[in-house]
Each structure stands twice: as structure tokens, then as C-alpha cells.
Design a binder for this molecule. Structure first.
Ligand code: QAP
Ligand code: CO
Length: 168
């Protein structure tokens, strides 16, 4: 097992479009395990492979209070059902320290595969529904800050660029 490095906004690698997973071999099982460990280590509820600079369509999520129910979504797709958009205060391990309200559809159906390649379907609500949409955005090179005004996004970008200059 290993804890992976998480890319920080505005790293251009976060804009990469991830490739579908075609073979469910040991390398995918290892990636999934390392991503779950990395998510727990960083106190996250969700992590997309894009964030650890692996450009495959793999997402891990755990919204449980006990943090002992990891879920794996490989090649996920989302179908938006009729209904409302709901606001949620979103954060991101790649945008550390910043939380902003984002509106997303409330009623969705998620189809994905697990680490063995078996297909499943889910009708999530609440935080899980928000989180799956947020993580699928990562696989398409999109971040929650893209939903904010340019002024808010630039303010966040400048603060994170400065914090990273101080780190190196
Ligand atoms: C996505 O984000 C999410 O700034 C997952 O200092 C979050 O796990 C979707 C985190 C909220 C919907 C609602 C962020 C940890 C974790 C930070 C995360 C931080 C430490 C973010
Ligand atoms: Co994120």
C-alpha cells in the first residue's frame, strides 16, 4: 500500500481527460487500494485518479461517518433524472482550504463497474450524489472552482500559487 501525492489547483495535469479502464488486472486493484488509503490519510470523502496523476476513469468515495465503507466507481456514468438542483458547500483535496457553494442536480442514476469489472447501478442522494458528480468532473478535467465566478476562482488560484511557492 502507498500514499500517493495529490495534485493541487491550478496544476495543468488536473485538466487531463482520463481514459476508460479496459482490463481489471492487479494494477487496477493496487491503484484502488492506494487511492482509498490516500483518501483516508487526507481526510477526504472522495478522490479521483486524476488527482493522483493517474489518468484512468477510477473514483473512490467514502461518505460514512465511521470511514469504513469505501466505494469504488470505475468507468462511471451519470444519468440526470427530472428534479431540482441543490446547493452544497463543496471542497476538494486538490483545492485545500477552500469551500464554496455549487449547485448540481439532486436526482441522478450512476452506472459504474467495481474493481472486479462487475457492473452496478445506484440512485444516490445527499452528499453521495454531490460527491459522485464532483469526482466524475475530475475524470473530465473539471474542478468545482470552474462553477464559481472568474473573480472567486482567480482569488483561490493566487492564494494556492503563493502557498505552493512558499512550500518549495
Ligand atoms: C469532494 O472532497 C466533495 O480543503 C471530496 O483542507 C467535498 O474530500 C464533494 C478536504 C464536499 C462534495 C462535498 C478538503 C480535506 C477534503 C480540504 C474532499 C481540506 C481537507 C475534500
Ligand atoms: Co475534488
Amino acid at each position: 500500500m502507498a500514499i500517493l501525492d495529490i495534485l493541487t489547483f491550478p496544476d495543468p495535469r488536473l485538466r487531463t481527460i482520463a481514459e476508460p479502464v479496459e482490463t481489471f488486472d492487479e494494477s487496477i486493484q493496487t491503484l484502488v487500494k492506494d487511492m482509498i488509503e490516500t483518501m483516508y490519510d487526507a481526510n477526504g470523502v472522495g478522490l479521483a485518479a486524476t488527482q493522483v496523476n493517474v489518468h484512468k476513469r477510477v473514483v473512490v468515495i467514502d461518505t460514512s461517518d465511521e470511514r469504513d465503507q469505501p466505494m469504488v466507481f470505475i468507468n462511471p456514468t451519470i444519468e440526470v433524472k427530472e428534479g431540482n438542483q441543490a446547493p452544497y458547500d463543496e471542497g476538494c483535496l486538490s483545492v485545500p482550504g477552500f469551500y464554496e457553494e455549487v449547485e448540481r442536480p439532486e436526482n441522478i442514476i450512476v452506472r459504474a463497474q467495481n474493481e472486479k469489472g462487475e457492473s452496478f447501478e445506484l440512485q444516490p442522494d445527499g452528499l453521495l450524489a454531490v460527491c459522485i458528480q464532483h469526482e466524475l468532473d475530475h475524470l473530465n478535467g473539471k474542478l468545482f472552482v470552474d462553477y464559481l465566478s472568474a473573480m472567486k476562482r482567480n482569488r483561490i488560484r493566487k492564494k494556492l500559487e503563493k502557498a505552493q511557492r512558499l512550500k518549495v
